[in-house]
Structure formats: C-alpha cells, structure tokens
Ligand binder design. Structure first.
Ligand code: KG4
Ligand code: ZN
Length: 339
C-alpha cells in the first residue's frame, strides 16, 4: 500500500493531490491562473511562475487536509519536472525537494506527458494494450499504452498543438484564452457544420501538424475582410455568425484529423481493444461524441477522464508516482527540471 503526494506546476495551474493505490484519489486541489492570462491571449511565463510561488503552499495544505492525512503519512512525493515552463516547473520541484528533505521522503520526478497518457486509468479499468490520444494546449500525441509505465510514442505534433490551434483562432477573433471552450460553444450554436472546409493534412504518418491550419484560417479571415494583418486586429466583432462558422469549421476539421490519425493507428495496431483520449481538448463534448461513434463502429471501447482530470491536475501525477513507487523508480535530491 502507498500514499503518494502529487505536485503539478508545469504551466498555469498549481495543483496537488493525494493518491492511495488501494482507495484511489483521496484529494485533488487546484488553483487555475486563467484569469491572470485571459486578456493576453496566452500564458505569460513571468506571471505564471510568480503565481505558482504564491499558491503552492496553500494548495498542498488543502490537498492534505481534504485527504485527511499528514505529511508523515505520505510514502513519496511525485512532482512534474518536465516538460513545461522552466520558471513554473522550478517552483514545484524545489518545493517537493524541500518537503522530501525536511520529512525524509522519497521523491519521484514525473513526465507531464506520461501522466496525461495514463490519466484515463485514474477512474477506469482499461485492458492493455490501448491507444491514447493526448491533446492539450502544449502537446498532441498518440501513444500505444502497453502496461503501467510501458508506452510507445506513435506520433506527435510537428509544430503547434491542437489546443493551441483553438487558442490562436479564438485570439484571432478577439475571444479570451483558453479558446477551446468558446470555440465549442460558438460551434454548437450552428450545429457543428463544416462551412469553410479548412485543409486536413492527410498523410500516411501518425504525426500531426496544426500550424498550417491556423494560417489557413487566418488567410481565410483576411480574404473575408475580417482581419487586418498589419494591425493584427479582428474587424468583424459584431458578426457573430462569422465567428460561429469559423469556430464550427475549425472544430469539425480538428475532429476529422483526430479520426484520420486514430484510424491509421488502429490499422497499425489491430490488437488494441480500446481508445482513450486525454488532455484539455478531451473536455470537448463534440469530439467525445464523434470518437464514441468512431469506436462503436470498430467494436472498440472509448474512455476519457472526467473533465477535471483531462485538464492539468495533480491526481494524474500522483497516479504515475504510485506505479513508479512500486517499481522502485525514484529520483534523488539532484532532480532537476527538463532533464
Ligand atoms: O491539459 P491542459 O489544461 O493544459 C496543457 O497541458 O496544455 O489543456 C489546455 C488546452 C487549451 O488549449 C484549451 O483551449 C483546451 O485545452 N481546451 C479545449 C476545451 N477545453 C479546454 N479545447 C477544445 N474544447 C474544449 N472544450
Ligand atoms: Zn497538460
């Protein structure tokens, strides 16, 4: 039996969680800085790390209190040490090392992407091997998950992440960060129709590319006299219909790209019984519905974590910490960020 304290500070969320490998998630607390970054259209690293410093102590305290455990009851501290914003990661790693030092606890450095890839297992039993699509603001990847901690990267984005495409197109239309939820809301208002048929980068490889899509939307807006390239300004703020049509076409396009890549991954790995999707973009109900149908047609099961475990959270960090604890995969006081 093991109780793991998970700490996540890789970007603009400060999160902590206590995970018990017998009882599951005992607590999961989070402070989101979205309000700090909203009007900049993206995360400002200096603001992010400053906020991490302010919140880390209260958020960890709250996680321990909610779980009704003391630091002394914890067997190990799992902390995200890569990838992410250096200033934000440093806060979590330094704090984790300080607690580990003071309380003589084991420390385990966690790869944030591995944690997303395994997050569907937090609430579900999924038969191995399965395919996991992780789609977030910073990453879009397809993994073959073979067992706890055993995974193979099948493909990833060569440029922008899919969540970033939502964020950047929303910004082009003067909508606040994060763009994904707003794009979903606007698209629902016009029934998820594909008005502009943006390009799908069809290829036989499992890698993604979303930067061309973002540029295609931009040029289309310019062509429609809706965007001024020099002023970097959206010119049709009152034209809600145009915003809805762009949002809907973008969402349908990105969903098609996901389906096309998952189709290729299934052909490559006919042994799989299930597909999972994780990361912030997996909160999207349209994408979830489409992938549920996609899986049903192929007699595959489909899993996503609950929305609070799709976006950045520390429960997934503690979960990976728990299986690494049992495998004896520990870090030491030399644990650094991004290594
Ligand atoms: O996993 P996450 O919280 O942070 C990263 O590790 O990046 O994901 C944030 C991303 C943002 O790009 C946001 O726009 C996107 O997830 N997102 C969504 C939705 N909710 C969040 N994208 C599409 N539809 C949503 N409903
Ligand atoms: Zn993430």
């Amino acid at each position: 039996m093991a109780k793991i304290l998970g700490i996540e500070t890789s970007c603009d969320e400060t999160a902590a969680s206590v995970y018990d490998d017998k009882k599951g998630i005992l607590s999961s607390t989070i402070f989101s800085q979205i309000d700090h970054h909203k009007y900049f259209g993206g995360v400002i690293p200096e603001i992010a790390s400053r906020s991490q410093l302010e919140k880390i102590n209260p958020i960890i305290k709250e996680a321990l209190e909610q779980a009704k455990v003391l630091l002394d009851d914890i067997d190990a501290i799992a902390v995200t040490n890569k990838p992410g914003l250096p200033g934000s990661l440093l806060v979590g790693v330094c704090f984790a090392k300080s607690i580990a030092w003071a309380k003589n606890k084991k420390i385990i450095g966690i790869n944030h992407l591995e944690a997303h890839a395994f997050s569907a297992l937090l609430e579900n039993d999924i038969e191995f091997p399965f395919i996991c699509l992780t789609a977030s603001g910073g990453h879009t990847s397809i993994y073959l998950i073979k067992g706890l901690g055993q995974y193979e990267l099948l493909g990833q984005t060569l440029d922008d992440a899919s969540g970033e495409a939502f964020d950047k197109v929303a910004k082009m239309m003067n909508c606040p960060y994060p763009g994904g939820p707003i794009i979903e809301k606007l698209a629902a208002e016009v029934d998820f129709k594909d008005f502009f048929h943006y390009p799908r980068n069809k290829g036989k490889k499992l890698d993604f590319s979303f930067s061309g899509l973002k540029t295609a939307v931009l040029y289309d807006l310019v062509k429609k006299d809706a965007y001024d390239m020099h002023e970097k300004k959206f010119l049709k703020e009152k034209d809600v219909r145009l915003q809805q049509e762009v949002a809907s076409s973008l969402l349908v396009c990105i969903t098609d790209i996901f389906k096309q890549k998952l189709e290729l991954a299934c052909k490559k790995h006919p042994e799989i019984k299930a597909i999972a999707m994780a990361g912030g973009v997996a909160c999207n109900k349209y994408i979830k519905n489409q992938l549920t149908t996609f899986c049903k047609k192929r007699s595959l099961q489909f899993f996503t974590p609950s929305p609070k475990y799709c976006t950045d959270n520390a429960a997934m960090i503690a979960f990976v910490g728990a299986y690494k604890f049992h495998k004896g995969e520990f870090s030491d006081m030399y644990l650094d960020i991004l290594e």
